[in-house]
Ligand binder design. Structure first.
Ligand code: G3P
Ligand code: MG
Length: 346
């Protein structure tokens, strides 16, 4: 129930509660906005019967573009202003690793986008799979660079280069060649391409920006995502070396991501609404039980019962199945999720 056109939107902002939204499967699906999302944003911005506005942030595991670029796109789709100050994507926390590692391999995404994101985060020396293939085309027997990739990639002397860490920023566009290159590094002597370790335990660490095995996009059924690449890579390392490898993942359901989201929300409420105290409740609206609900429920235990999980039926979760991590509420779509939270508050 939104207000009639004669009633101006409310201007009073509540300091009691806030929302955090997952994106894929909640607001967007296959690049298109889920229609109820536009109405849901209007409600939060004051078009509601309670006469209040409610602060909100976005927490997606997706990525592959700068935060600013993604916010511009989201602003158009949701017909509101979305600021990077209220947005976290899977790779946002990787920014904090730029002071730890100098030379890194960045994998995934379209063209050169992820190289630019990583450089924007402050990584000093960013290498892509394209640089490695251009330098030695025998690296990947079944992948040749497109003319554009060839033009953008940089030849360098890898015999004097130590790759200190591997970051999978976004979904790989070519699993076979990207995995070959990651595997080469994991089996190398301390991150030196072209070498082979005798013990296979001295390769660089691997960080994935999230661990979603499946996600919700334009197909009716879920599609495999970055978490699937992770599973595949770990299995392949075992098959080739006989050893186990431990890789790392950012994103939801990691507690670090929820702590990051808490700090972002606190700053956002302070800067835009002048609210200087934590909310009593944060409603987290997501579609994936394994990342959104699991993370929210676990974080709720450390956050004094202030995080409340709402699962929607527009994405990964399918009605009729038992979610592995049960939410506090399950609703049809994001508009129902916003209404559910508001009704609980009054
Ligand atoms: O690749 C992104 C996808 O796995 C999930 O994105 O917005 O549902 O966290 P999101
Ligand atoms: Mg989602």
């Amino acid at each position: 129930r939104s207000s009639s056109p004669e009633t101006p939107p409310a201007t009073t902002v509540t300091d009691k509660y806030a929302y955090a939204f997952d994106i894929d499967g909640v607001l967007i699906r296959g690049g298109k906005v889920i229609p109820e999302a536009i109405e849901a944003m209007k409600m939060l911005n004051g078009e509601n019967e309670y006469g209040i506005k409610v602060p909100y942030i976005f927490v997606t595991n997706g990525g592959g573009k700068t935060e600013a670029e993604r916010c511009m796109q989201l602003s158009k789709q949701l017909e509101i202003e979305v600021s990077p100050g209220q947005f976290i994507c899977g790779h946002t926390p990787m920014r904090e690793m730029a002071s730890k590692y100098h030379t890194v391999l960045v994998v995934g995404g379209e063209g050169e986008k992820c190289r630019h994101v990583a450089e924007g985060y402050g990584f000093k020396d960013v290498i892509t799979p394209g640089d490695i293939i251009k330098t030695n085309e025998d690296t990947t027997p079944f992948r040749s660079l497109t003319p554009e990739e060839y033009a953008n990639s940089k030849v360098r002397d890898f015999s004097t280069t130590i790759i200190e860490a591997i970051f999978v920023f976004a979904d790989s566009r070519d699993w076979a060649s990207d995995q070959q290159i990651i595997l080469d590094l994991l089996m190398s002597k301390g991150g030196r391409l072209g070498t082979r370790s005798e013990t296979f335990d001295e390769g660089p660490p691997v960080y994935f920006s999230h661990n979603d095995v499946v996600w919700s996009t334009s197909h009716d059924l879920t599609r495999i995502g970055m978490g699937a690449l992770r599973v595949s890579l770990e299995a392949m390392f075992k098959a080739v070396t006989g050893k186990e490898i431990k890789t790392n993942a950012f994103g939801k359901p990691q507690m670090g991501t929820f702590q990051f989201a808490t700090r972002l929300l606190q700053q956002w409420r302070k800067d835009t609404h002048g609210i200087d105290q934590p909310p009593d409740t944060v409603y987290f609206v997501g579609d994936t039980p394994e990342s959104d609900v699991r993370g929210t429920n676990e974080f709720n235990k450390q956050a004094e019962n202030t995080w409340y999980s709402i699962l929607v039926r527009t994405g990964v979760y399918q009605e009729g199945t038992e979610p592995k991590y049960p939410p506090k509420a399950t609703v049809d779509n994001v508009l129902e999720a916003v209404k559910h939270g508001m009704e609980r508050e009054y």
